[in-house]
Design a protein. Structure first.
Length: 101
Protein backbone atom coordinates (compact mmCIF):
# COMPACT_ATOMS: atom_id res chain seq x y z
CA UNK A 1 0.00 0.00 0.00
CA UNK A 2 2.86 2.34 0.79
CA UNK A 3 4.32 1.82 -2.70
CA UNK A 4 1.04 3.19 -4.06
CA UNK A 5 1.32 6.29 -1.88
CA UNK A 6 -1.14 5.18 0.79
CA UNK A 7 -0.53 5.75 4.48
CA UNK A 8 -1.71 2.77 6.54
CA UNK A 9 -3.62 4.04 9.58
CA UNK A 10 -5.18 0.88 11.07
CA UNK A 11 -4.96 -2.85 10.45
CA UNK A 12 -7.85 -5.22 11.21
CA UNK A 13 -10.39 -2.67 12.45
CA UNK A 14 -13.10 -4.77 14.12
CA UNK A 15 -16.62 -3.81 15.12
CA UNK A 16 -19.77 -5.75 15.83
CA UNK A 17 -20.77 -4.90 12.26
CA UNK A 18 -17.72 -6.41 10.59
CA UNK A 19 -14.00 -6.05 10.04
CA UNK A 20 -11.89 -3.93 7.72
CA UNK A 21 -8.49 -5.32 6.80
CA UNK A 22 -6.81 -1.94 6.31
CA UNK A 23 -7.81 1.65 6.86
CA UNK A 24 -5.56 3.96 4.86
CA UNK A 25 -5.20 7.55 3.78
CA UNK A 26 -4.71 8.32 0.09
CA UNK A 27 -4.34 12.07 -0.29
CA UNK A 28 -7.45 13.58 1.26
CA UNK A 29 -9.45 10.34 1.04
CA UNK A 30 -9.95 7.74 3.72
CA UNK A 31 -9.66 4.30 2.09
CA UNK A 32 -11.15 1.09 3.47
CA UNK A 33 -9.27 -1.85 1.97
CA UNK A 34 -10.43 -5.46 1.76
CA UNK A 35 -7.64 -7.98 1.13
CA UNK A 36 -8.55 -11.30 -0.48
CA UNK A 37 -6.11 -14.14 -1.05
CA UNK A 38 -6.45 -17.19 -3.29
CA UNK A 39 -4.19 -19.84 -4.76
CA UNK A 40 -2.98 -19.12 -8.29
CA UNK A 41 -4.84 -22.15 -9.64
CA UNK A 42 -8.18 -21.04 -8.13
CA UNK A 43 -10.62 -20.40 -10.98
CA UNK A 44 -12.13 -17.24 -9.47
CA UNK A 45 -10.43 -13.94 -8.79
CA UNK A 46 -9.86 -13.29 -5.08
CA UNK A 47 -12.01 -10.14 -5.07
CA UNK A 48 -14.98 -12.12 -6.35
CA UNK A 49 -15.35 -13.28 -2.75
CA UNK A 50 -16.57 -9.77 -1.91
CA UNK A 51 -20.25 -10.53 -2.28
CA UNK A 52 -23.25 -8.39 -1.29
CA UNK A 53 -23.17 -9.66 2.30
CA UNK A 54 -19.46 -8.86 2.67
CA UNK A 55 -19.91 -5.47 1.02
CA UNK A 56 -22.67 -4.65 3.51
CA UNK A 57 -20.45 -5.66 6.43
CA UNK A 58 -17.62 -3.50 5.08
CA UNK A 59 -19.94 -0.52 4.69
CA UNK A 60 -21.20 -0.97 8.26
CA UNK A 61 -17.68 -1.22 9.69
CA UNK A 62 -16.63 1.86 7.67
CA UNK A 63 -19.64 3.77 8.98
CA UNK A 64 -18.64 2.90 12.53
CA UNK A 65 -15.03 3.94 11.89
CA UNK A 66 -16.16 7.30 10.51
CA UNK A 67 -18.37 7.78 13.59
CA UNK A 68 -15.18 7.72 15.69
CA UNK A 69 -13.70 10.65 13.78
CA UNK A 70 -14.31 14.23 14.77
CA UNK A 71 -14.99 15.05 11.12
CA UNK A 72 -18.00 13.15 9.82
CA UNK A 73 -17.91 14.50 6.25
CA UNK A 74 -14.65 12.78 5.32
CA UNK A 75 -14.31 11.63 1.70
CA UNK A 76 -13.89 7.86 1.56
CA UNK A 77 -13.86 4.89 -0.78
CA UNK A 78 -13.51 1.12 -0.81
CA UNK A 79 -10.51 -0.54 -2.49
CA UNK A 80 -9.66 -4.21 -2.92
CA UNK A 81 -6.29 -5.93 -2.88
CA UNK A 82 -6.07 -9.31 -4.54
CA UNK A 83 -3.26 -11.64 -3.52
CA UNK A 84 -2.44 -14.66 -5.67
CA UNK A 85 -0.33 -17.41 -4.14
CA UNK A 86 1.70 -19.86 -6.20
CA UNK A 87 3.73 -22.47 -4.32
CA UNK A 88 7.37 -21.49 -4.01
CA UNK A 89 6.91 -18.06 -5.60
CA UNK A 90 6.51 -14.53 -4.33
CA UNK A 91 2.80 -13.64 -3.99
CA UNK A 92 1.38 -11.43 -6.71
CA UNK A 93 -0.67 -8.48 -5.43
CA UNK A 94 -3.04 -6.24 -7.37
CA UNK A 95 -4.75 -3.10 -6.07
CA UNK A 96 -8.15 -2.09 -7.42
CA UNK A 97 -9.17 1.41 -6.28
CA UNK A 98 -12.91 2.11 -5.96
CA UNK A 99 -13.73 -1.60 -6.05
CA UNK A 100 -17.31 -0.74 -5.14
CA UNK A 101 -19.01 2.61 -4.68
Amino acid sequence: MRRHGYKVLVRNFKTTGGEIDLVCRDGDALVFVEVKTRAEDDIVRPAEAIDARKEGALREAARRYIELLERKDVRHRFDAVEVRLNAGEIPVCALTPNYFA
